[in-house]
Design a protein around this ligand. Structure first.
Ligand SMILES: [Zn+2]
Ligand SMILES: [Zn+2]
Length: 340
């Protein structure tokens, strides 16, 4: 099969012929029809995290068609359309027993520790596969596993947003634009922040009540004026730069939550004076990926037409390097998707 393979950090992926993965009795072989392109993949190609073993095939937002089914698998057949929850977990640790697969101390992730879906075929444990609701394309379904469910986890599980709250979505890229949609669905007043007027218009189209141009306005000041001086209940940071974290903490109401989803591995940062975090009872919360249960819940919201995964430009698999370049350097609306 064809795959885009990473052999060396900071070098382009290479289109190569590799062996189709062999499935075990509890696994499915999936013919990849689409794979979302996450900004983390660019960081992985630069070797900034220690998770990958080279050579490696990236791609942690797969969707495709089941073409082979292991002997012990029930509930799936050839021809099923599936998307994939990427955490393969031990099932036994404290976190697995609490249903927090994303915190499993032995987890391996498809496309990160394991080979992913920048390829024509992918093997997955059957319990990680989810049927795609009718009327949802492979391209839309691809982004669900990360771009939609990660946002859902940050908003519902970490920020615990409630009807009528004020919420900032900082960064309206592949994840943030879905977060705008989910926060709106939850009944929040949504303030979207980005750095171009076209991105802000796009956020408005998906439900942002107010928008802030971070290049032109002082974020915290504008947030306070939009909330009658109070500040927001939650600030969901999909950027993760020193500036966004600082702006987030200054934009919160007392007892508000800064939920950190985006991360910039190149900068460390000091937050505002320590005692202010304490005096204002700010909560600083990390949010990583999602649980298997949340994947189920998002799929039922997608099926009910309450959430529509927002996809952007499509690139052929062989142009994965170009897709990364565009994601890193250009204005992108919605999730970029690779198609075979
Ligand atoms: Zn990702
Ligand atoms: Zn575990």
């Amino acid at each position: 099969m064809k795959a885009m393979v990473l052999h060396e950090f900071n070098r382009p992926l290479r289109l190569e012929e590799v062996e189709v993965p062999k499935i075990g009795p509890r696994e499915l072989l999936v013919k990849v029809k689409a794979c979302g392109v996450c900004a983390s993949n660019i960081k992985y190609t630069k070797g900034v995290y220690p998770y990958l073993t080279l050579p490696h095939i990236l791609g942690h937002e797969p969707a495709g068609e089941v073409v082979d089914v292991g002997g012990e698998v029930e509930g799936f057949a050839k021809g099923d359309r599936v998307c994939v929850y990427i955490f393969i977990t031990c099932g036994e640790c404290l976190y697995c027993s609490k249903g927090e697969e994303n915190n499993c101390i032995h987890f391996k992730r498809i496309g990160v520790e394991l080979n992913g879906a920048y390829a024509e075929y992918l093997k997955v444990p059957a319990r990680n596969a989810f049927k795609i609701p009718d009327g949802i394309s492979y391209e839309e379904a691809a982004g669900i596993a990360d771009a939609v469910v990660t946002s859902f986890h940050a908003l519902r599980e970490k920020a615990k947003i409630r009807l009528g709250e004020d919420v900032v979505i900082m960064g309206t890229g592949g994840l943030g634009i879905n977060a705008v949609q989910i926060a709106k669905l939850a009944g929040a007043k949504v303030i979207a922040i980005d750095i171009t007027s076209r991105k802000l218009e796009f956020a408005g189209k998906y439900g942002a009540d107010e928008t802030i141009d971070a290049r032109k306005e002082v974020i915290a000041e504008r947030v306070r004026s939009l909330t009658h001086g109070k500040g927001v209940d939650s600030f969901i940071d999909f950027v993760g730069s020193p500036e966004s974290v600082r702006a987030g903490l200054r934009s919160l109401r007392r007892g508000g939550k800064l939920v950190m989803v985006g991360h910039d591995p190149y900068h460390d940062f000091q937050v505002k004076p320590f005692q202010e975090v304490i005096l204002e009872e700010a909560e600083i919360i990390g949010s990583h990926a999602s649980t298997r249960q949340e994947m189920c819940e998002v799929l039922s919201l997608v099926e009910a037409g309450k959430i529509r995964p927002i996809i952007g430009p499509r690139f052929p698999l062989s142009e994965a390097n170009e897709a990364h370049r565009v994601l890193e350097n250009e204005e992108v609306f919605g999730r970029i998707v690779l198609v075979p």
